[in-house]
Design a protein around this ligand. Structure first.
Ligand code: OFO
Length: 165
């Protein structure tokens, strides 16, 4: 095995954290569906897929370095959201938590002079910058719109159409 037992265990924990993030985004997507907010629901469903992809990326790395993949149970995500802002704030908190975890993994890899894991983790460092920024923008948009939640849907629809061009 190319990585330490400790690094292997910490990466396995991160697999669980990414699956949990995916589960949370799916629950948030369902909450938006219940509120009749289809664009937000779609956007968060896509994010749930991306988080699953992150978990699989780490599984792939563990395989490549001859590590052991241990899957943990995924906790039940929160579902009792009362407003759009609550959901988006919870998503931002989750991204900040994942960022903290990724930074801890980097510290561990650097401490062990494990350059393979350090290099692998850079993609996650960059991804978290993008995700925290995107979720912060969305929270700002939601707060600006206040009770006019449909303005958020309209702005997101506009962004999605612009991204397709
Ligand atoms: Fe897995 O990227 Fe955000 O949380």
């Amino acid at each position: 095995m190319m990585i330490s037992q400790k690094m292997n265990a910490k990466l396995s924990d991160q697999v669980a954290a990414e699956f949990y993030a995916s589960h949370k985004y799916l629950a948030m997507s369902c909450a938006f569906d219940r509120m009749g907010l289809r664009i937000l629901a779609q956007r968060f469903l896509k994010q749930a897929d991306e988080e699953r992809g992150h978990a699989l990326k780490i599984v792939g790395f563990l395989r490549d370095v001859g590590g052991a993949v241990t899957l943990e149970a995924v906790d039940k995500p929160r579902a009792d959201y009362g407003s759009v802002e609550e959901v988006v704030q919870a998503a931002l908190d989750s991204e900040l938590d994942i960022t903290r975890r990724i930074n801890e993994l980097v510290t561990q890899a650097e401490g062990e002079k494990d350059y393979a894991t350090r290099s692998f983790l850079q993609w996650f460092v960059d991804e978290q910058v993008e995700e925290v920024s995107t979720m912060t923008d969305l929270l700002n948009l939601v707060q600006l719109a206040g009770p006019n939640v449909l303005q958020v849907e309209a702005a997101l629809r506009h962004q999605m159409l612009a991204a397709k061009d």
